[in-house]
Design a protein around this ligand. Structure first.
Ligand code: TRP
Length: 359
């Protein structure tokens, strides 16, 4: 058996481009699964980086399963504070941003509500070695970044749980960022090893492919790292218009008054231009020349105006949804019901393949 190949990024980029074309030409032959950890409210980086991509796939009528990975939150911290509140607001952010479970085949559920999914973890754990889990580069980084006194075993095995998240519904496409690629490679390995070890006429699991977002990464307002709430450099979807304006005022820029779009040499200014361009659908170079030598303050006031405008309908919807807790809970309940139907079917196939049907 070959070791898990934690992979080359360049080949994945190429494959992902081909996959995107294949989805465009025959959307309903694919099944998408993606997910988030419920660790807090979502921000503009999530909106442009992943939410809008999901909304786009949804409107192509691809079935989309969205797992809210509540158990995963327990792997890198010593407390379980606010998980329910975070799950609730994650759904609010999803729906406000345009996911529509009532209209499309979009299913949103926390994995703790789908016992059959979790049961897949046990056989899956027997298909990987400790050494492979220890080598996972994303887990290594998370251990480095963790504030825990002691790293719990969940940290090492959550990628196997994630494989269950993906394989329970036999997903073929997983939209992910670069940091999740090792988990996807592990998932593909588990699918392959399962099909070989428990051979049936037709293989139980497909090998899912990663779909890298072609949306550019949005940096935080400090311009140095990815936008992230914990780095305190984010514009939250839940912020008010005044807070948004204040937040943008604090954004880091540089001393050159002439505004140009140059992501390598001027990351801070370029990131602001990029956000403005995503809101207006105008080329960032064109926006830069409109501002010319009016400087960073003009750039900031322009971004404030277009971003507030862009977020207005999302924020209005957010406020309405916050008053409808029963509706939000019903989204999770319906999503989990559908996920359970699918997971039960898969678990029966898995038990049959393993020779564990006794009735
Ligand atoms: N690990 C992902 C993250 O931290 C969340 C996640 C859980 C996920 N299960 C998944 C992502 C399945 C894609 C597919 O963001």
């Amino acid at each position: 058996m070959n070791d898990v190949d934690y992979g080359s990024y360049e080949t994945t980029v190429e494959q992902s481009k081909r996959l995107e074309k294949a989805i465009q030409s025959d959307p309903s032959s694919f099944r998408v699964l993606t997910g988030d950890r419920p660790t807090g409210r979502l921000h503009v980086g999530h909106l442009f980086g992943s939410l809008e991509n999901r909304v786009r796939l949804q409107s192509l009528n691809v079935p989309i399963f969205i797992v809210i990975a509540d158990y995963q939150v327990l792997t890198d911290r010593d407390h379980a504070d606010n998980i329910d509140d975070n799950v609730y607001h994650l759904v609010v952010d999803y729906i406000a941003s345009g996911l529509e479970p009532e209209k499309y085949r979009t299913y949103i559920f926390p994995h703790s509500l789908v016992p059959e999914l979790n049961q897949l973890i046990i056989p899956f754990l027997t298909l990987v070695t400790n050494a492979e889990l220890n080598r996972n580069p994303t887990v290594k980084e998370e251990i480095q970044a963790s504030s825990q006194q002691q790293i719990n075993a969940g940290m090492y095995v959550y990628p196997v749980h994630q494989a269950a998240d993906i394989l329970f519904c036999k997903a073929t496409v997983v939209p992910v960022g670069k940091d999740q690629l090792p988990h996807l490679e592990l998932t593909r390995t588990i699918a392959r090893r399962f099909n070989i070890k428990f051979k049936t006429d037709t293989p139980v699991f497909p090998e899912p492919q990663p779909l890298l977002s072609n949306a550019p990464t949005i940096l935080g307002l400090d311009g140095s790292q990815k936008m992230s709430k914990s780095r305190n450099n984010a514009i939250m979807l839940s912020a008010s218009e005044d807070e948004t304006a204040k937040c943008i005022k604090t954004a880091k820029t540089d001393v050159d008054r002439l505004i140009t779009y140059d992501p390598i040499n001027r990351p801070e200014v370029s990131n602001l231009l990029l956000m403005a361009s995503l809101c207006t659908n105008e080329d960032p170079h064109a926006l830069a020349s409109e501002i010319g030598d009016a400087g960073a303050s003009r750039l900031k006031s322009m971004l404030t105006e277009v971003l507030i405008e862009y977020l207005r309908p999302i924020r209005k919807r957010r406020q309405e949804l916050e008053k409808e807790p029963d509706y939000i809970r019903s989204i999770l309940k319906n999503g989990a019901e559908r996920a359970r139907e699918v997971a039960q079917k898969t678990l029966i196939e898995v038990r049959r393949a393993m020779g564990m049907i006794y009735e």
